[in-house]
Design a protein around this ligand. Sequence first.
Ligand code: UDP
Length: 472
Amino acid sequence: MAHGHMIPTVDMARLFARRGVKATIVSTPLNAPLFSKTIERDGQLGLDISIHTIKFPSVEAGLPEGCENLSSLTSPDMLPNFLKAIGMLQQPLEKLLEECHPSCLVADMVFPWATEAANKLGIPRLFFNGTGFFPMCVFDSIKRYEPHKGVDSDFEPFVVPGLPDQIKLTRSQLPTFIREGTENELTKLMDEISESIVKSYGILTNSFVELEPAYSEHYRMEIKRKTWHVGPLSLGNRDMKDKAERGNQSSIDELECMRWLAKKNPNSVLYICFGSFFNHPAAQLLELAMALEASGQNFIWVVRERKQTKPAEKEEWLPEGFEKRMEGKGLIISGWAPQVLILDHEAVGGFMTHCGWNSTLEGVTAGVPMVTWPLAAEQFCNEALITDVLKIGIGVGALEWSRCEQKLKVRKEAIEKAIIQLMVGEEAEEMRNRAKVLKEMARRATEEGGSSYSDLTALLEELRALETSKQE
Ligand code: UDP
């Protein structure tokens, strides 16, 4: 019910289908069109893959009609009703499982009840939470040892205990539900998710072992669940159409975008995108625009469509005459960008990201170093992985976790400094070289005989053996 979760889930279903498995993607009427063309193309290529839609009970849960995706929420106050609607999918899903009786159910983290639904019918439920082992280890340690309770202020760093590296965070960088420790719908859901991990058959991760070897091992030891790496899932999108249409209809013609990039030197463009739904306030966009101009770098900047578009809105978040001055140097995409297509272009030499797990992994897979600007979710952990562990990024100095930012938080000077450090000079070259090594490892992991390829082979064999033992 959110792009960041649906995109890798669809990639995964397609991966299963390419390995000879019949895959059915369960979605809702307004989400399915976001990927139906891709699935149709797969079908034409002979893959056994289809979409099954279930009605999303938006109105029944107190949401406006047509509110089926996290990006359609206009206020964080709508989240509890959105979670309620998701909970109401349990019954129709159980009915579907009874009818289809699949060999296995892969369900995202937001459906903790899916474990019970599958278990009732003797179907193994595989847990998918859309993130990597590193953030899972960090959160597990924070939950166990509560190191954030031992510091005097929200901005005093603490070391996350028991991890393979010395990872430092501050209380202000933790999700509010951990920081405040208060009970609400979200904390209840988080507890149910933790419980469902323990009861599920195993965990699928959009990652590859070479990216975070110590952390997948650590997680296995601590959580004692079976785990399989199946990523990077974005690599399954091989042709131009797949990349261009991944997750949504692009707001720019992909050929126009490629033509623009073709005119630029290798590694000379910074790509900027803050994920699928986050919208910076106008004052912060203005600061970012000034930093981009001052940095002198070429850029492609994705800006989410502004929710309350006023006629003069553009003037409010761009300095006067910005677009004219940046002609040929900068391209603004208002809406949805073909991210993977852009990142994979040789002209792109840096990625300013909010560190969502998919974006993080897509940056790694494209071999581009990153300017990190985490905002919410587990993004501050992902920033630590990029900057402190992998050493392929530089932070802008984001200090506070917030799901819905209203204030200007990062100043032009800090943004400009990070951009220049990432794009120009010896340090930039070193980061780029490390990123290129990871890119190669990522590609190898998904090829026949590679680590993720072999993990999936092992999983499929295990599921087949389970199915056979049921029939005996
Ligand atoms: N994405 C995209 N075009 C956009 C914005 C996002 O293709 O204009 C894709 C991006 O490639 C990634 C996903 O949307 O696969 C965003 O997931 P991520 O985990 O990075 O962030 P979230 O949106 O969940 O915060």
